[in-house]
Design a binder for this molecule. Structure first.
Ligand code: NAP
Length: 306
């Protein structure tokens, strides 16, 4: 068995924790990334390769000789020529390249409740990626996380940022739809554990707490010592506010699809929890410094040509 694994986005968010977990276990890491120039956060060498989706032979070379591919690649929203259709196609190319390179197993990070029939392109695209993996003939583990919380997270951090910087926070609709956040280290440990197995599995990667969205916002408000008043507003208005603020911070804060996915209870699972870390405990411990700075998706991912 090769001592090398490939982690896409090993200098990013979830991929970094997966890589860290693998390094702890003595594995050597290669990464595929859109930002090959980013500094290596580890104290061991990591071989870096670009996402050469339009030159699959380069992907094959990057993957050859490795054992497991941990795939985090996806886009949160379309921009320029980065469409969901293209992200699905890129994922398909990645899986085909992995097969050609002789990769033994793929651990693929998906999302809870993906569906090819979903009207939401994010969830539909994720279902199509899962189908492509199942068709690839490679041994696989599919992990379906809900919202992943941790230091480098964007969505929860930015709710905290809103609570710190505005006197009022608008909750879309009644706020009683559910979320089941999962801690990034718990996702990484599960990914690596499943990477070592052989059988094909599909697992929801979910935390031990199910909260209403309003309860989550209240926890964040308390943890950040915010005095923002919580008000219930129409989902469209809530989204519009994020559009306007987004214009000032130069980011897409929230997409309309994300509002709909959240309100349709797509970020909650019926399976038993896989992660142990409680969102409420983590937030109480770290909320003091959460959301001090705005975390920008555009800055993180759209600063280089596709
Ligand atoms: N974050 C969450 O709360 C959450 C919840 C459920 C599921 N997931 C899934 O978990 C996986 C990892 O998510 P993450 O938040 O940890 O992602 P991430 O590390 O920010 O990005 C994962 C990989 O995708 C690439 N990427 C992201 N956006 C891109 C864009 N617009 N254009 C081109 N490449 C892009 C990144 O490129 P670089 O290497 O250049 O950074 C990185 O290699 C994804 O498949 C996501 O759908 C995440």
């Amino acid at each position: 068995m090769s001592s090398i694994d490939v982690v896409t986005g090993a200098f990013g968010y979830t991929g970094k924790y997966i890589a860290r977990e693998l390094i702890k276990r003595g594995r050597r890491i290669r990464t595929l990334t859109g930002h090959p120039e980013r500094p290596n956060p580890f104290d061991v060498e990591v071989d870096v390769y670009p996402y050469a989706f339009d030159e699959p032979h380069r992907l094959v070379e990057a993957l050859r000789g490795a054992d497991t591919l941990y795939n985090t690649y996806w886009i949160r929203f379309p921009g320029g020529n980065r469409t969901f259709e293209r992200a699905v196609e890129n994922t398909r190319i990645l899986f085909q390249s992995a097969r050609e390179a002789g990769i033994r197993r793929i651990v693929h990070i998906s999302i809870t409740n993906p569906s090819e029939d979903s009207p939401l392109p994010y969830f539909r695209g994720k279902a199509l990626c899962e189908a492509a993996l199942k068709e690839s003939g490679i041994s696989y583990a599919i992990l379906r996380p809900t919202v992943i919380f941790g230091w480098e997270d964007i969505l929860i951090n930015n709710i905290a940022w809103f609570l710190r910087h505005f006197p009022v926070f608008g909750i879309p609709g009644h706020g009683q739809y559910k979320v089941q956040p999962v801690y990034v280290e718990d996702v990484a440990q599960l990914a690596v554990q499943l990477g070592q197995q052989e059988e094909n599995v599909v697992v929801d990667a979910v935390g031990p707490e199910i909260l209403t969205f309003e309860a989550l916002v209240r926890l964040l408000r308390d943890a950040t010592s915010s005095r923002a008043r919580l008000v219930h507003i129409s989902p469209r208005l809530a989204w519009l506010v994020t559009q306007i603020v987004g214009w000032f911070v130069g980011d897409v804060i929230l997409t309309w699809d994300e509002v709909q996915g959240l309100m349709a209870n797509l970020l909650v699972s019926e399976s038993p929890p896989t992660g142990e870390t409680r969102f409420s405990t983590w937030i109480r411990k770290h909320g003091r410094i959460l959301g001090l700075r705005y975390a920008s998706e555009i800055e993180r991912h759209y600063d280089v040509p596709a």
